[in-house]
Design a protein around this ligand. Sequence first.
Ligand code: BGC
Length: 767
Amino acid sequence: MKDPATMEQALEPTADGAWVLVDDGCDALRESDRETRFTVSNGFLATRASRAINQSQQRTAPPSTYVAGLFDTRDTERPVPELIPGPDWVQVRVSLPGGQLVQHFGPGPSHPLTLDMRRGLLLTECRLVEGAAVSLRLRLLRLASQDQRSLGLQLLHLETEKGEAEITLEASMDGFDSDLTSERLENEFGVWRTHLSGKGLAMAAAVALRIDGQNIPPTSLAPFRWTWTWKTRPGQVVCFDRIVALSRSDARDQDPGERARDDLDGAREKSWRSVVQKHETAWSNRWSRSDVKVEGDGTAQKALRFAVYHLNSAANPEDPRVSIGARALTGADYRGHVFWDTEIFLLPFYILTWPEAARSLLMFRFHTLDGARAKAADRGWRGAFYAWESTDTGLETTPEQVVGPDRQIVDILTGAQEQHISADVAYAVWQYWQATGDDEFLIAAGAEILLETGRFWSSRAQLEADGLHHIRGVIGPDEYHETIDDNAFTNVMARRNIRRALEVTALLRERWPDQWAALSGRLGLVEVELEHWRSVADAMATGLDSDTGLFEQFTGYFDLEDVDLSAYAGRSVPMDVVLGRERTQRSQVIKQADVVALLALLPEEFPGKTGAANFRYYEPRCGHGSSLSTAMHGLVAARLGDTEMALDYFHRTAAIDLADTKVAIGGGIHIAAQGGLWMMTVFGFAGLSLRSDGVALAPHLPRNWSSLDFSMDWRGRQLTINISQADHRLHATLQAGEPMILTLHGRAHKLSLDQALVADLGGPAPK
Ligand code: BGC
């Protein structure tokens, strides 16, 4: 990737429409949604697509910038830590002496937004006028560097189309209101601190303005406020650039200032061109490992690019002290908190396309093990009981009450009862290790997570008179039903967790006995405890009806009221609002995939036709009251070969963040739905599964998808897959790494660097 020679070149979006998302509407009610959707982020620094030019002082829109891990508690009475907004560093005011420039919404560019997903940047455009006398065309670029995550860059190209006037341009930063106290404030440098958590935030900035190629120093300068005044004339071109470097420190006695200064100096030395060039190269590397191409369905292609864009924007492989919140860094909903969304809906993407990011996310769970151990101990259990909602400390941060969709105050029991989170973390640890073969991680961190979560379940499940171990008083993924017993998802995932923990003990003993001795010694693990784990796993209550092959979602579920959801088609609110909380709880209506999620994650627990039987039973009972739901259903439908239904779920999932008709998304991207879209495509339509000897595919593409291409990593290898319905062939190429086995519809093929695979897709050719 070359340096862009001119600013105009940098401002030119990618020509291929499949790579860009454009919005040229101007609907004040949807402004906040657009800001979310067009966010630029690198997993450390994120800036929403908030308006930079002449933003109204009375703006009520959400803050524009977030810095990962910058958590603090605002309300000390009901302390729930939340992500504190960072500096709105992109503000620019352009005015005439009378201040009368207005945004022009006539023909031509008004405020179009272009998200150039290939290059990872936001391009905007607007026109400012004073009556018929003056007209200025402004084009802007904004990015959060994927190459060096502390850096943000803004470019502004201002061209005078008409008129001669005295123009004032003021570049500024909007403050943080009362969330941070200033420790140091210089003209181009500041350090701030959160009140209670004592985290530090530093920002250093450099700006430059050129008129017709000439560098012009600011007319006046104040902290983070640079002003220039000059005389304009038709044809004049002004180029402004601003580079900011931010850094965070986590302890009160740590100063984040030096790092911000050093990073800025490094970037300034090389100029904005090199910031753009390195950022684009980093994005190009990301895309080469993670792009998904669909031919024959432009909407699906755009949706997948959008998903992969946001997934690549959300992670930071360099910071294992933070994870990804339910809205990533794109909005304030859920306060930046981390849920099971990360392990179950996001990790698969990272594991298979960006193992460094996956490792870092799992290291966050390793670093928060102490919090999880404390939560278990507090409640009288052993091992690690992860927080349902975490910030950066691992302590439970689920609020105790919220305002429900029907505006009533609701007690939130998920923090205490949604316990499957521990098994979800363990699931992701195992999946990571299986797919990467990263033994070093397993020995240093993964094994301890597996053992401590396995230990948790073994102390949590209680042996009862029927000879089975029961887990009572939980909430499963379906949050409409609280304080339930033996949730199938929880119990089967817990059983799997215990078994993996036992496998890891055997593995460590055999391959790394010294490390086993040290770890088991530290955790106080003795044979009799492991024996107990085995007995818990072997006699776990699961609610499986061996006659029908159906799992009962929880004890008593089959006896609840069976509500026909098709009678409520077209509703605009979730089912618990339609029926009310109490009736919903007494009914079989499910908020989101629960047994279906189990089927998606552990298909081997559903032999023969039982997978289809469970899906056909539970699918019509689901109200999809969570954005996590449709993707799991689509994944399973695709695996079962019902591609038409799967495709419908695909488009419903895509619409969550892309369609203006759906939920308001001002509070942030539903990043789990984006991860789910990728999972549905790769695990569902391509039918990927990971095996100990390689990977297996069982494709079921929708009829209109003439081909599907994706890349993946597997145990240090990189491969690209092309499934072509048009010529009824699978093409698989190993790009790097040792030979491996690829199984297609049950038949094993060898794949090596000098031997690409071209195989018949099997089954009848599409008509
Ligand atoms: C869902 C949870 C999810 C959370 C954050 C809730 O509505 O029910 O499963 O973890 O949102 O996305």
